[in-house]
Design a protein around this ligand. Structure first.
Ligand code: ADP
Length: 293
């Protein structure tokens, strides 16, 4: 549904996006994960046809975003960073406007508007100018605009940025509910968001792809994957007990927090053995946890 080939963007001498190639299959929710300035927004802007690439190409549902811009935009919903909209319009006026722009007239337009109003719980603010809305409602209005024409592909640039925890949760549920019949790219700098909504993550930094994997595969690459951490009042006792566990490769001690992290030998699982050894030696443990990575 989405494909980029050596997609690049330069601003003068500066390369913001450096020959990025990836494909997104139908039904995938791809997370673009990376620090600020990594090139996530620039890549999304090129996919949405908002910026022209300096080199390379991109297509959406088989339509080249430069050579077939209208066809590509027709199947695409785009929420730009910060969800900009027309602040002086009321929510209803804005949605009517988007419906007309998308060529949805009469009953068809009304049906779609009613659907997104219900999905995004916009009833209480329909007659309110967008400028007077809270951040959470503004974001929902932006999302409503992006999905009004029921696009097959959604590109959401930091859809939960700046929202409070409840609002983040709400937007994530919405994305999950749309994932069934859409192909979605979302950008974020929050790992937890990748966990919450993505089937796959691309880590991008300085305009390049550093990793492309499922969230679980990324975790498995972490040094902390399958490590066991514990806090105990008496670290010497705990260390002595851990010395009896053969599959531990190394341990790290953090005396400030009374914490020990034990790392397994490659491919080994040590949680049960650690737990048993601590019990056998009657070490008083306050906390024992298996690390995800
Ligand atoms: P991200 O979305 O990952 O935070 P961006 O794609 O917004 O990153 O930006 C990537 C890099 O390109 C940043 O270093 C940014 O400063 C730079 N950049 C973005 N837009 C422009 C522009 N119009 N002119 C010059 N540099 C830009």
């Amino acid at each position: 549904m989405i494909e980029t080939r050596e997609l690049s963007k330069r601003y003068g001498d500066f390369t913001a996006v450096d020959a990025i190639s990836f494909k997104v299959e139908p039904g995938q929710v791809l997370g673009f994960l990376g620090p600020n300035g990594a090139g996530k927004s620039t890549t999304m802007k090129m996919l949405a046809g908002f910026l022209a690439p300096t080199a390379g190409s991109a297509s959406v549902a088989g339509f080249d975003v430069e050579r077939q811009p209208l066809e590509a935009k027709r199947v695409l919903g785009y929420l730009p960073e910060g969800a900009p909209s027309y602040g002086e319009m009321t929510v209803r006026e804005f949605l009517d406007f988007i419906a007309r722009v998308r060529g949805l007239h009469g009953e068809a337009g009304e049906r779609r508007s009613d659907d997104v109003i219900a999905r995004l719980h916009l009833e209480p603010v329909l007659e309110q100018p967008i400028d007077t809305l809270s951040k959470g409602f503004k974001r929902r209005v932006g999302l409503a605009g992006a999905i009004l024409h029921d696009p097959k592909v959604l590109i959401l640039d930091e859809p939960t940025d700046g929202l409070d925890p409840n609002q983040k949760q709400e937007v994530r549920s919405l994305i999950n509910s749309m994932a069934r019949d859409k192909t979605i790219i979302i950008s974020t700098h929050l790992l937890e968001e990748v966990h919450a909504v993505c089937t796959r993550a691309i880590i991008i930094a300085a305009g390049r792809i550093l990793a492309d994997a499922t969230p679980a595969e990324l975790e498995a690459r972490s040094r902390y994957h399958q490590a066991v951490s514990l806090t105990a009042a008496n670290l010497e006792e705990a260390k002595a007990a851990l010395a009896r566990v053969g599959d531990i490769a190394s341990i790290e001690v953090d005396p400030q927090d009374n914490r020990i992290t034990a790392f397994p030998k490659p491919g080994r699982q040590i949680f049960v053995a650690v737990s048993d050894a601590l019990k056998a030696q009657q070490v008083a443990v306050r906390e024992l946890a298996l690390e995800g990575g």
